[in-house]
Structures are given as structure tokens and as C-alpha cells.
Write a protein that binds this ligand. Sequence first.
Ligand SMILES: [Zn+2]
Length: 316
Amino acid sequence: MMRRLVLGLWLLFLAPLAQAFGLTPQRVAEDVYALIGPTGARTYENYGLNANFGFVVTPEGVVLIDSGASRHGAQVIERAVRTVTDKPIRWVINSGSQDHRWLGNDYFAGHGAQLIALARTVRTQQQFAKQHLAGLKPVLKDRLAGTEVHFAPKPIAADGAALTLGGVPIELHWYGDAHFPGDAMVWLPRQGVLFSGDLIYVDRMLGVLPWSRVGSWRSAFDTALATLKPTLIVPGHGTVCDAAKAQHDTGDYLAWLLGEIKPAAENWAGLETTVEKYSNESRWRYLENFEALHRGNINRSYVQFENNESGEVPRP
Ligand SMILES: [Zn+2]
């Protein structure tokens, strides 16, 4: 009887372990993998890994694209890499400055990885680090333990870089501020694969934050697609896709904000009136998180357009 009780208790403990959160590598090209995180909110269960990451296996080691939102999250990413290769993670590239793009840096640096980021990305990381850690604390609780900020020690001052890591050409491009200032993209010219970071969201609604720049985001998006012509995109959020889907779920939405909300702001239509008029726009209802984000996106875009702060590049 006692023994059965003990066994029962054991199973109770094992059950949550069996469903522990993990990321499953999705092969997108030879030696190139995407790690597709959930499209919902940051939660304790998902370690704040509600975004996409990726890695490239080279003869000399692994190149990781984005390091997760915490030390524990970094270890979840590492476990996923380990299902594919035993090679050391030698390089970590940060495509952006939002928590899940880089707060796992310290863990990987502590295990010998070199941190790589553009200077303009690091500047925003420095600006937001405290705020992002404070925001994560009530969500990740003990799972934030041990997380230390760690910036790339020699950030790249240019707007782009053509690197060769482990013999593989890997480019880093900044085409304009987007979700956050300094958002960059990681481009694999040989494979035609683009890790877009937070410049591209598919399946779910993108978020316009007070410091996002709708106009510059749109032009950066257009420039990236026209210049790089990716065959495959690993978006910042959502499933692996082609350029047409990225256009549909991100490009068209940004163009819609510029096409509808910008004239409203310029014609003094009024913030509340505009939000009411467009907040039920059925065209975007198919995107996950529509209810949570669309209204706020209109609101913040309006304010930006009103103040001429969208960073829009004049179009020919
Ligand atoms: Zn993100």
C-alpha cells in the first residue's frame, strides 16, 4: 500500500517534467535550423521564449541567432541545439534589443561564445535592459535567476557586416528602425535564408510600441525583401514562410497603417474617432493577438504620424 502511494507520488512529480517546455529545431536548409517559439505572450512556462531563434552548424562550431530572454531560457535553446549537434556554440548574433533576443547572452558568453551585434542594436539594449528585466521578473520569477546583462563587447559600428563564421558567409543588415531602434536582420546569402528578427511577424499581429517607427519599419521591410530576395524567411514571430506571406502579414499591415491612419492624423480626424473607426477592421482579424494589439497599434501609429515621428522615408 505504502509502496503504491510512493509510486503514485513519483508519477505526480514526473508528469509536469514530461511536458516541460522545449523548442524543436526545424531544418530550413543544409546545416541551418529555425527554433519556432509560441506566438502568444511571455509566460513562466515558455521562459519568455515567445519568439523565433535559429542556428547554423559550421565545421568549426555553431552560430546562434538570438539568445533568449534569460539564463534559463538560454539553456532551453542550448538543449534544442544539442538535439542536432554536439559542436560548441561559438558565436551568438543578436538581431535585436528586445529581451528574448539577447538576455541569454551572458550564459553563452560564459561558455566561450563570441557575442556579435551592431552598435545601434547594443545602444538600444543598453537603453532598455533595466526595463525589460523588470518586466520579466513577475512573469519568469525564479526562472529569471542568474540572468545578467551582457552586451557584445565590440559592437559593429556600421549599418551592416559581411562575416565569415566557421567558413559560412553570414551578413548582418540594418535597413531602418522597426519594432525597436536598431532592429537588424541576419542573412545567409548562400542559402537564401533570412532570419528577419522583429522586422517580420507572420500568423500573429505585430506590435507597434511607443518607440517603434512605422514608416521606417515599412521601408526597411521593403528594402530587405527587394535587396535580398530571400527564398525562405524565419520571421521574428510565427512560422517559417516565403516573401509573399511576409508581405501579407507584415508588409501589407504596415502599408495599411500608413495608408489609413497617417492621412487621418494629418487631417486631424481625432485620435479617439480614428481608433473607433478602424479598430474592428475585419481585414486583420485573422492575425493572432488581433484583439490585444490592433487598437494600440492604431493609437500609437496615429500619435507618431501626428508628430511626424514615424521615420518614414519619402517614396519615389
Ligand atoms: Zn519579439
